[in-house]
Write a new protein. Structure first.
Length: 383
């Protein structure tokens, strides 16, 4: 049995309009900052709001907004050079998971590496500057992990970059930042986070503490899917979802994502398909595959996903694959793609995704051995 070691490196603020606290929270971070973001976030006005409050306190902010859903290591190399030339003292990541991964690399290695490849050789021995994270979609499954995933510039393969421990000094979850996402896009984000929580429970690294956080996060996120669909403009379910996403990241601090996460990262790198859309499609197939391996966990997951509906489904504890059945019921209400072919992936593409996903170290913590062939089988079922 693994030791339970919990080391939370920094402060976490969860709340509506919490970005207004960034200037006060970074008072002792230094005066030179690089802020990494993406155009879609900048258009919401969130970036200007953060920059304005920092500049009012005497800080100089360089904004790097050349990141988007297809960004790769070449853009990160550019940001590394910008941070080094500006002698930055702290880095802010404000955006989706791809932006946050890029910002983590820049914060970790701007003083020592000119490229992501050089950074990968340094790994945990890096000497980082202060790092502040603001997830625009209110989630980052790797928030408390010592690695991130970026896309290589040549073959667009996923690269896992080892980071120094205790990198993050502050994280700010502000539900209003996700208000610009459509109900459909945001529900995909929620379901992708549910997948991360499910895989954290199924991992051999899971424990009673992580399971408590993750199962409650799954239950809240599933309820929020219904609420967001019913009232897309209501910020309250998005606020609850931000809290649940933080709980999920906290649970994953001592556990691991698995096959579904690896598949989503690989497909996102190779084909620029949003990770959340891949995670949404793959969720029920991951539950199908591992149902008989961790049946007690599958029952708890089914109950969490069903929520209040469980009162009208007395047989849920006795069903085979109950968790996957309930997850499909949830997905059907969203109108999101249910098959990988709907994301314009071909069968040939699936083989490439499976091979890349098989190299993720997280697969070593699955309850049964899973390699490229098994991943391809899961992908074919989802296709």
């Amino acid at each position: 049995m693994h030791d339970l070691v919990y080391d939370i490196p920094g402060r976490v603020i969860v709340g509506t309009d919490s970005v207004a606290r960034i200037a006060a929270e970074t008072a002792d971070y230094g005066t030179r900052c690089v802020l990494l973001t993406e155009n879609v976030v900048r258009e919401t006005g969130a970036v200007d709001r953060v920059v304005t409050q920092l500049e009012r306190t005497g800080k100089h902010v360089i904004v790097f907004d050349e990141l988007d859903g297809s960004s790769d290591s070449s853009q990160i190399n550019h940001a590394l050079g910008l941070a080094r030339a500006g002698r930055c003292e702290f880095v802010i990541g404000l955006g989706g998971m791809r932006v946050l991964s890029a910002a983590r690399v820049v914060a970790s290695f701007s003083g020592q590496a000119a490229t992501v490849r050089e950074a990968m050789a340094i790994g945990a021995a890096a000497k980082p500057v202060a790092y502040l994270e603001v997830p625009a979609s209110c989630r980052n499954h790797l928030m408390f992990k010592d690695y991130c995933v970026v896309t290589g510039s040549s073959g667009r393969e996923p690269w896992v970059v080892k980071l120094p421990p205790n990198l993050m000094r502050l994280a700010v979850f502000d539900a209003k930042l996700a208000a610009g996402l459509s109900a459909k896009s945001y529900t995909a984000v929620l379901i992708d986070t549910i997948l991360a929580g499910v895989e954290g429970m199924l991992s051999t690294r899971s424990n009673a503490f992580s399971d408590t956080l993750l199962v409650n996060a799954i239950a809240v996120l599933a309820e929020c899917v219904h609420q967001v669909l019913a009232a897309p403009d209501d910020v309250r379910p998005r606020s609850r979802a931000a809290e649940a996403s933080f709980m999920c990241a906290l649970g994953l601090a001592t556990s691991m994502q698995g096959a579904g996460g690896a598949i989503a990262y690989a497909a996102n790198s190779y084909f620029d398909i949003p990770k959340s859309w891949v995670g949404t499609v793959i969720l029920p197939y991951v539950l199908d595959y591992f149902d008989s391996v961790r049946p007690e966990k599958s029952r708890r997951i089914a109950q969490a996903l069903a929520g209040a509906d469980r009162e009208h489904d007395e047989a849920i504890d006795r069903k085979n694959n109950a968790a996957s059945v309930v997850s499909r019921r949830l997905l059907a209400k969203t109108g999101l793609p249910a098959r990988l072919r709907e994301l314009d992936l071909s069968l040939d593409d699936l083989s490439r995704v499976a091979d890349a996903a098989a190299d993720f170290e997280t697969l070593g913590f699955l309850p049964i051995p899973v390699g490229g062939h098994e991943l391809y089988d899961i992908l074919k079922q989802a296709w």
